[in-house]
Write a protein of this length. Structure first.
Length: 618
């Protein structure tokens, strides 16, 4: 037997966060919570993904806010799953005295956000404990708490929270607790509702009924998720996760619901991912399109047009979920960080970077959306033409690249390739959909970029493309060359680059982004294996006809997913742990794309790019 109240690590007398892979996600398409195996919700920002957290124990300890519901005694066994086709988490717990199920979820909201937790008795009599510690403003502010007819109300500044409990509660040590017992057929519901402190408090919802409605909603959405052979279940879970990271009011897609989960345990590579990267959002969009969810493409296109409105040279690589441009980065000194990995950052200074590749990703995503049946929009095409006009000269400039290095700007190979993609998709859009523009000029620019990359980024001695012009380090982003159609997968230069990546970037069976000890990225060296890169290698293997290698790597990657199918940004092979922000949209969309590339009956964006490249004879 084991305790659901684990012994503190490193001598800390307070409960510290669980391993990243021990968390599950619940959300309502506007925010999300992380639920640990021990029944503790350690992270939740309300009312939006990027709002200040009211549970921040993930980046500190229980004093920074968390909500735990668990048996009062020792646990014999614990099993978790999502209800099929949903984002509702069911945890079944066995003790010496019986068994209970806890169902956690956030129903797609009407007005206020609700976090619902329902405890149901299965057999025997199980003593349970609920312990709620509310701390607003990222774990810093202790709210004023009072009891009302509807439940417990906590208020601090603009934020207010109502806890409606199905059993009596008590206050103790600036927390709210209750002890209760459930037997077979018993049901006890808890509903936590956020609302603006200046508005009347809302009426409590019926928790079980709200979760039943949410179950129906999710199953309706996921019923059309595409099949992908042996990886169909993983694809469905990834698509549901990507949908959960969509901010419904605007159509924006966040990179992750968390901030500052470290890329290296104990390190400083800790960033806020609760924003909309154009790159991540466009690649997420491609995954959803490939799975048949064109409605998300339409909503995202509307978000994009609003976010980038204005002068093309002022386009940012990332925006807030409603299109905000100011994402000033600052440090929260009062939080020690996940397992001491400081600093804890909110905001993201990378918003000020120049990254050429986003122009190609936007053009590619909108082209694929039209291929999937999204109607032509004149405003969207006008925006695209304006971006292309800027890119006609901007592509010649150095940039910070896909990995957002905080070192000097360089002529990154991947950035130039994606500039090629931008003009290539412009030409194809004009040819396929009859859209107007200077097509001959676009063709000429496309060909010029192609020639330059093949001349300046090619290392003849080693037989590989390199990370940037004239440099030695490799870059896993070079795997995108055949995947976006820049070169066909049977080109000897692709084969040479893949062989070099296998020699120099493959560590413990996983692909590193680039050698952080060689490349000047402005930070101390060291990080885990960035998982999307390994999924890219799966796709490249499949495109090259190395199906056995692709399947072997894909199956190994699938073993990294946690018990409910979620994956973080990176994996630390030495510690055998997930690291980085969690769950990561980039990882899950790469999983979907890789799985689709292994499904022989699929004809999605990746396979179409390969065919186009072969037909072009590149």
């Amino acid at each position: 037997m084991f305790s659901v109240f684990p012994r503190p690590r490193d001598g800390n007398p307070w409960r510290v966060p669980s391993p990243i892979e021990d968390y599950a996600l619940v959300g309502d398409l506007q925010s999300a919570a992380l639920v640990a195996k021990d029944g503790s919700i350690d992270w939740l920002c309300l009312p939006r993904f990027d709002s200040p957290a009211l549970f921040a124990a993930l980046l500190g300890d229980e004093r920074n806010g968390r909500w735990r519901i668990a048996p009062a005694g020792a646990v014999r066994a614990l099993r978790r799953r999502y209800l099929p086709g949903t984002l509702l988490l069911e945890t079944e717990i066995e003790t010496a005295d019986g068994a209970v199920r806890v169902l956690d979820g956030m129903p797609p909201r009407g007005r206020e956000p609700d976090l619902v937790r329902v405890v149901r008795g299965v057999r025997g009599q199980v003593d349970m404990r609920m312990h709620l510690t509310l701390r607003f403003d990222y774990g810093r502010t202790v709210p004023w708490v009072r009891r009302t007819d509807d439940g417990i109300v906590a208020v601090a500044g603009p934020d207010a929270v109502l806890l409606h409990a199905g059993v009596p509660t008590r206050g103790e040590d600036m927390a709210t607790l209750c002890d209760f017992t459930v037997g077979p057929g018993d049901e006890v519901a808890f509903v936590l509702t956020w609302f603006p402190s200046h508005e009347p408090r809302p009426r409590p919802v019926n928790g079980p009924a709200a979760l039943a409605d949410a179950e129906s909603w999710w199953r309706e959405w996921s019923r059309d998720c595409s099949q992908a052979g042996e990886f169909s279940a993983a694809v469905e879970r990834s698509l549901i996760t990507l949908k959960a990271l969509t901010y419904a009011p605007t159509g924006g897609i966040v990179a992750a619901p968390t901030t500052s989960l470290p890329e290296q345990l104990g390190g400083v590579r800790n960033w806020d991912y609760r924003y909309c990267w154009l790159r991540d959002a466009t690649l997420t969009l491609l995954a959803l399109i490939e799975a048949g969810h064109v409605g998300e493409a339409r909503a995202w296109r509307s978000w994009l047009l609003r976010a980038v409105a204005g002068s093309p040279e002022q386009m940012q690589i990332m925006y807030g979920i409603a299109g905000e441009r100011r994402l000033d980065e600052r440090v929260l000194e009062w939080l020690p960080g996940y397992e001491g990995a400081a600093p804890v950052r909110i905001g993201n200074a990378a918003a000020e970077q120049f990254q050429l590749d986003v122009y190609g990703e936007i053009m590619d995503a909108l082209f694929e959306a039209r291929c999937a049946g999204l109607e032509v929009d004149d405003d969207a095409w006008r925006v695209q033409r304006a971006l292309l006009a800027f890119l006609e000269t901007a592509w010649r400039e150095p940039d910070e690249g896909i990995w957002e290095v905080r070192g000097p700007r360089r002529h990154f190979t991947h950035s130039k390739v994606m500039a090629w993609v931008a003009f290539d998709r412009a030409v194809r859009s004009a040819e396929r959909f009859g859209l107007t523009g200077p097509v001959d000029r676009w063709r000429a620019l496309r060909d010029e970029i192609h020639r330059e990359v093949c001349e300046r980024a090619w290392d003849k001695e080693r037989g590989t493309f390199t990370q940037s012009y004239g440099a030695r380090p490799l870059d896993a982003a070079l795997l995108m060359l055949p995947l976006v159609g820049f070169l066909p997968p049977d080109d000897e230069r692709v084969a040479g680059t893949v062989a070099a990546i296998e020699r120099e970037l493959l560590r413990d069976g996983f692909v590193l982004r680039y050698p952080t000890d060689e490349a000047d990225d402005g930070l101390p060296p060291g990080e885990g294996a960035f998982l999307p890169c390994s999924f890219w290698l799966v796709e490249v293997y499949a495109a090259m006809g190395r199906r056995d290698d692709a399947l072997a790597l894909m199956r190994r990657l699938m073993e990294l997913a946690n018990d409910v199918g979620l994956i973080a940004e990176e994996y630390d092979p030495g510690a055998r742990r997930q690291v980085g922000n969690f769950p990561q949209a980039f990882t899950h969309l790469a999983l979907v794309s890789a799985a689709m590339s292994l499904a022989p009956e699929r004809e999605g964006p990746t396979r179409r790019r390969r065919r186009d490249a072969d037909e072009a004879g590149r």
